[in-house]
Design a protein around this ligand. Structure first.
Ligand code: C5P
Length: 215
């Protein structure tokens, strides 16, 4: 079984998908983490464009069973689960994710990771591009202010102090870049169920998805 959960930044995709995966006994895969990893590889190697594509193609990226992401680059393995969540990476990732060759590498990797198991995968193009045949597709949305509020909590927990206005401006900019790019842009699949999570609790969204996918 494949479940696709797409939507803009901060719409609650990953929080909800992790719990739904547990409820249904399937694997959660965070596609955004792989794009963030590509941006991180660009930061540590100083590479861009075709050189970055080359570096990414030689890198190994693996999730462990707890969902931690490990990067092996030049023979050295590190847990990059936290370093890919910084505001610096958030500001860079959309430009990296807009590169066609990067998208091909990540999409191949995601399909391979999901090939032997049932998954719930969250992202921007899962229902439209990565798994157009997914049995269940959801598209989560929420007001930009509410999404900024959620992101601010994540940043605060990591020790970053940013104003809600700055975060809101950043996510609006990122959504615009993600929606307007040429290759596999952020888009609701025609057959996806749209859920506006602005005034819903996490538990409510989890039950909508769990119940829909259990039927
Ligand atoms: O979901 P998250 O905020 O971690 O995603 C980070 C970025 O990765 C997005 O803003 C987008 O640029 C890119 N992305 C993508 N396609 C996906 C998932 C993420 O382009 N399926």
């Amino acid at each position: 079984m494949k479940i696709a959960v797409d939507g803009p930044a901060g719409s609650g995709k990953s929080t909800v998908s992790k719990v739904v995966a547990k409820n249904l006994g399937i694997t959660y895969l965070d596609s955004g983490a792989l794009y963030r990893a590509c941006a991180y590889i660009g930061t540590v190697t100083g590479k861009d464009g075709a050189e970055l594509v080359e570096a990414v193609s030689h890198a190994e990226l693996e999730f462990d069973t707890a969902g931690k992401l490990f990067l092996t680059l030049n023979g050295k393995t590190e847990d990059i689960s936290t370093v890919i969540r910084t505001p610096e990476i958030a500001a860079k990732v959309s430009a990296v994710a807009a590169m066609e060759d990067i998208r091909t590498l990540v999409t191949d990797k995601l399909r391979k990771m999901a090939s032997k198991t049932s998954v719930i995968m969250d992202g921007r193009d899962i229902g439209t591009h990565v798994f157009p045949d997914a049995e269940y597709k959801f598209f989560l949305v929420a007001s930009p202010r509410e999404r900024a509020r959620r992101r601010m909590k994540d940043f605060e927990a990591m020790g970053f102090n940013k104003t809600i206005d700055d975060i809101e401006a950043e996510i609006i900019k990122r959504d615009k870049q993600d929606s307007e790019r040429e290759h596999a842009p952020l888009k609701k699949a025609a057959d996806a169920l749209e859920i506006d999570t602005t005034n819903l609790t996490i538990e409510q969204v989890i039950s909508i998805i769990t119940e829909t996918a259990s039927n």
